[in-house]
Ligand binder design. Structure first.
Ligand SMILES: Nc1nc2c(ncn2[C@@H]2O[C@H](COP(=O)(O)OP(=O)(O)OP(=O)(O)O)[C@@H](O)[C@H]2O)c(=O)[nH]1
Ligand SMILES: [Mg+2]
Length: 496
């Protein structure tokens, strides 16, 4: 954080707030849970399912406070920050449980506070306050920009745009870039065109066929209330890393706007939501990356490596709680495990563990408890063994979302699903040994980026959310996979 909040005033402000919050937390024990994840990772669904399960006493056998019958009540209460919208829990539950559709992509930041009344193991009645924040995943990748100059960001972005599948997608923007006179006078219409072409390139990289992860600046893809503002009208330029722009030039203007973007957009977002977390869950949609191909998997890993550098994670001491808040538990979760048969869940976990090991080797997480899990906040499928040509395939059963198709849209026998009929799908088997995925130069499987729809090794269909199931005591609940294990790790120790 020293690198990111280089400004002393920022550091002092954070420390002052931390002292106040420390005092408050002594009276009302509070856990600020960071739900971190790139776009479509599953943040909104996770928060909704977690709150739904807690307020309705869902089926969470591994979450001890609940399974031991010590949770008296969990209720939503007004959130701490008046300036941040409330997480629209009710409409997300309506989407999932009544209309059986997934919530839309998040466009704005929002916050939710849950108060859990429980009985401690010693018998005393206590309360734990759980604060959560939801935000568009695109914004997350802005955090690493805080430590980068305009020139360094330009150089990295240009270098990356020449690699692998990105090169073709970047061609129109790069062609425009080649026409720019960066030392010439600032030219607003050139800046507008560059920003538009650069944004189109980022949007093309995000497409599920490529599923690239490193797509900053986040507001270009999800502008929130900043659409059309000059703070978003810039783009990388072909300039030397350590050079300075001539006054009044296009380069100077782009650089100024990049710095404004960091000051006005990124730094407050970081300060208000990431610099003061007690616990973190990092949601990772590894399966979409597998769908796309090895390039997407490798980029996902790079994205998490650069993000971890931005977080304060480590052992919590009296002084750190007082002056520099840090998360003392971090859970890495591969989401949407219900897209796989359970025989593959351990493999998914092993692959994630391998990705995480590399990422945390560099980050300073000394003393923090770290765990890895494959979960599904909402389980949309059931399992079945299907016999085909003498072999038994471990399949999953679910209702594909309307519009999903069974194979290449161009093939005659391809079928468009109606959103009502249940089908069995064999999604593919993840590799047994994660090393085969990460060996240098390995291209161990075929994804949509390089292969035709029919030739990919994995096939993950988007299923509709499931109907509610009824728990033993008659309460309708959303089915899940290991959501209770995640809860136990994240807050179980605060409820004893
Ligand atoms: N089957 C299944 N699909 C899920 C699950 N969680 C998320 N999804 C799918 O992933 C999509 C994205 O989930 P969200 O929770 O909206 O993701 P997000 O991280 O909030 O994404 P942004 O708001 O774009 O940052 C959903 O529309 C679902 O299709 C899950 O537990 N099971
Ligand atoms: Mg969301």
């Amino acid at each position: 954080m020293a690198l990111i909040l280089s400004n002393l005033i920022e550091q002092a402000r954070l420390a002052a707030r931390s002292v106040v919050e420390y005092g408050e937390a002594l009276i009302n024990p509070t856990v600020r849970l960071g739900i971190t994840g790139l776009s479509r990772a599953g943040k909104t669904v996770f928060i909704t399912a977690l709150v739904h399960g807690l307020v309705r006493n869902g089926r969470f056998p591994v979450f001890e406070a609940l399974s031991e019958g010590r949770i008296a009540r969990a209720r939503l209460t007004p959130q701490p920050d008046d300036a941040v919208p409330r997480f629209d829990y009710e409409s997300h539950v309506r989407d999932l449980a009544v209309d059986r559709v997934w919530p839309e992509s998040t466009r704005q930041i929002s916050e939710l506070r849950l108060v859990i009344a429980y009985q401690s193991r010693s018998g005393a009645m206590r309360e734990l306050v759980l604060d959560m924040v939801d935000y568009p995943g695109e914004w997350l990748l802005d955090l690493p920009l805080l430590g980068k100059t305009f020139e360094a960001w330009s150089a990295e972005t240009l270098e990356m745009s020449g690699r692998g599948p990105r090169a073709r997608l970047a061609a129109p923007w790069r062609a425009h870039l080649a026409t720019l006179d960066v030392r010439g006078p600032a030219d607003e219409s050139a800046a507008i065109d560059a920003a538009r072409l650069f944004t189109e390139y980022l949007a093309a990289c995000r497409n599920e066929r490529y599923a690239m992860s490193l797509l900053p600046p986040g507001r270009f893809l999800m502008p929130g209330d900043l659409a059309g503002s000059p703070a978003l009208t810039f783009a990388p330029l072909d300039v030397a890393r350590d050079a300075t722009p001539p006054g009044g030039s296009l380069w100077a203007m782009m650089r100024r706007r990049y710095e404004a973007y960091k000051d006005v957009v990124v730094r407050p977002f970081f300060r208000d939501h990431f610099a003061r977390l007690d616990r973190q869950i990092v949601l990772i949609d590894a399966l979409s990356a597998f769908n796309a191909g090895p390039e997407a998997v490798s980029e996902l890993q790079d994205a998490f490596r650069s993000l971890l550098d931005c977080f304060e994670i480590g052992r919590r001491t009296f002084l750190s709680a007082l002056l520099r808040p840090r998360a003392d538990r971090i859970l890495f979760a591969a989401t949407k495990a219900d897209h796989l048969h359970h025989t593959n869940h351990d493999r998914l976990e092993a692959i994630l563990r391998r990705m995480v090991e590399r990422a945390i080797a560099r980050a300073d997480v000394a003393g923090a408890a770290v765990d890895v899990i494959a979960l599904s906040a909402v389980r949309a499928t059931r399992e079945a063994e299907v016999r085909r040509g003498g072999a038994t395939l471990p399949c999953i059963l679910g209702v594909p979302a309307p519009g999903e198709h069974s194979g290449s849209g161009n093939r005659k026998d391809s079928k468009i699903f109606d959103g009502k009929t249940e089908v069995a799908v064999f999604p593919g088997e993840l590799p047994d040994d994660p090393d085969t995925l990460f060996a240098p130069g390995a291209a161990p499987f075929r994804g949509l980026t390089a292969a035709g729809d029919e030739e990919t090794d994995f096939r993950f269909v988007r299923f509709r959310p499931p109907p509610l199931e009824t728990t033993g005591d008659g309460v309708p609940a959303l089915p899940h996979i290991r959501l209770d294990r995640a809860l136990q790790f994240l807050i179980g120790d605060r409820l004893i």
